[in-house]
Design a binder for this molecule. Sequence first.
Ligand code: APR
Length: 260
Amino acid sequence: MNRTMESLIRRAAEDIMERGTAAALTGSGMSAESGIPTFRDKGGFWEKYDPNLYAHIGTFFTDPGKPWQMVKEFDSIARAQPNPGHHALAELERMGYLKGVITQNVDNLHQQAGSSNVIEFHGNMRRAVCLNCRRYYPMEEISLEVLPPRCECRGVLKPDAVFFGEPIPAIALRQAQEASQQCRLMLVIGTSAVIYPAASLPRIAKESGAMVVEINPETTPLTDHTSDYIIIGKAGEILPKIVSEIRTLSRAGKEIPRSR
Ligand code: APR
């Protein structure tokens, strides 16, 4: 670990302790170390699958087998496990510093790691919904032998994730906006911050007085204008170090009251 990274990790630990109410916004980079490809990096999903053909809601009405071909590959997600970054966020919540996670990810890994307050901004791929009768099915109960899978009513099933052309679920949108307004520090982890409205949440947080701290191996459009600072690195490496730094500072008696 180089000096700059070490001092930024310490700074983040102090800021989280001092500011108390933190929220996290996560993107696909959060799960990269669990073996799930991101969308826009080299080797990402959109390199292989044109989102207009495979990830647009319209396709479910014109050629519904197509998006399910991609979903079948995404099914590897069923075998993915949370990485140390997911566990660190769950730990931050248990320690009382993190109020919740707003995630653009549809892989359920925050929930699996033990985070209890997760806002599913783009839905969840572990469920499917019938486009005809709105019945929900756990993904593991669906056979992907014949595509598209259908409901008992013969309606086409769709993963309960937000596809291009679909609105963000109203409750998730409201909860995410409120969490962004109320937090005093927002960790923005593993997102390229180019897809709206998710990318507007750090700005909402900033305009409401929060500090914005990015964790990402690359800079993003937020880095220069919205973020207070960025810790360049991988979520699965940086987040556990922040948690352990908070523990060290707490033991040294540097705990700062959280109820502000
Ligand atoms: N740790 C942290 N960040 C990482 C890691 C890692 N180990 N590996 C990659 N990243 C970063 C990349 O540098 C990039 O900024 O994760 C980001 C991934 O960006 P995208 O592929 O654009 O994914 P995301 O921001 O989640 O996309 C948003 O776009 O297509 C939609 O619905 C899809 O929810 C998704 C949304």
